[in-house]
Design a protein around this ligand. Sequence first.
Ligand code: PMP
Length: 433
Amino acid sequence: SLDRSNRLLQQAQNMIPECSQTNSKGPTQWVQGVAPTHLERGKGSHVWDVDGNEYVDYPMALGPIILGHNYPAVTNAVEQQLRDGTMFSMPHPLQLAVAEQLIDVVPCAEMVRFGKNGSDVTTLAAKLARAYTGREIIATQGYHGWPDVWMGQTSLDRGIPDVVGDLTESFEYNDIESLEQIFTAHPGDVAAIVTTPVNLAEPEDDFVQRMREIADREGAVLIFDEILTGFRFAVGGAQEYFGVTPDVACFAKGMANGFPISAVAGRRDVMQTIEADDVFYSMTYAGDALSLAAANACLSVIREENVTDHIFEQGQTLQRGYNDLAAAYGLDHRTECVGYPPRFSAQFSDETGKPDRLAKSLFMQECLERGVLFSGNHLLSYSHTDSDIDHTLDVYETAMETVADAIDADDIDDRLDGEPIGATLRQRTGEDG
Ligand code: PMP
């Protein structure tokens, strides 16, 4: 049953705007009435909802849970630190241990500073670049968090003064001309290129390398937002995977297996800008000992075991399996898992190529009813086993068959037992959370 889930959602509607801490983890992303609304326990690759239903988890909190829920090495490190205290009036020595690990594995890292969320460190990185170069314009691509500097030039800009958005210019991934145009329009005033090293599409024509070359030519700081790719594409992040070293990089997800800590890591001269009298960065909880203990343990496991290999292998089996099933059921023009094995997304489109919310909703419903937490996002962990993947592909086959039948019979609506994704509450795309 989903009784408790549905009751909790009703309560949330009175108290919590969007019913969730982030839109991307809220009810708009799911088939309402079929999907649980609250999860309360996880172990390895499995989670349990508030009614006790068990699922194989694929969104994995959208990336932070890189080892698996309640992973023993991390849980033990945190429990031990918990008994010794969580916050102090001076840095805890674990800060040095974690900094050292990051400097060891991340190619661009000479110095490190911590935050709590991704937005803390992406926003710090942009501020550092502006202070370091004495320039104002930020050229950007990809999602970097909720602060005004990132959202001011998007369609989600209400509440943000125009002047803030005017200083951020967007370019398109794999469109080097769109980046060049920003430098042409603002000669000598682009402080930084802030970019996710890769999104779902593969880089074309050495796009990552060419961003590096343009930053060098123009004297701009190259900042990689590795919040999603860090520790996942390679131990040293996408910069290691693609062999292109930025000046500064931002990390969060995957760093501490779900504990709240983020980091900006980069070239010594840029990082030392934080020490300048008139540059300021501070927060209450940066450096809390629990998250540092979690990060220290998590990074050790990632370095000592085949975590990224495992994630690649399991991801590849599942992604290929999905795409093969789509082809077998004649749906390869309607749905595809796109992206890289450590992070891919199942997308659905109608015959005109537009996103197909209904087909995705039906596929999701069939998965949820069979114990697979399917949101489209696949962010595999070290804990996803062969039997998880086998079971999931069986479920995907059933779901694929149902969707193929429903498309043939033109009766997706009739087969949905709940409200399709985004039907009653506004659904946003994007990668927040
Ligand atoms: N950058 C990327 C690539 C992200 O995926 C996210 C969060 N999904 C952010 C930045 C923002 O991080 P946060 O939500 O922790 O502020």
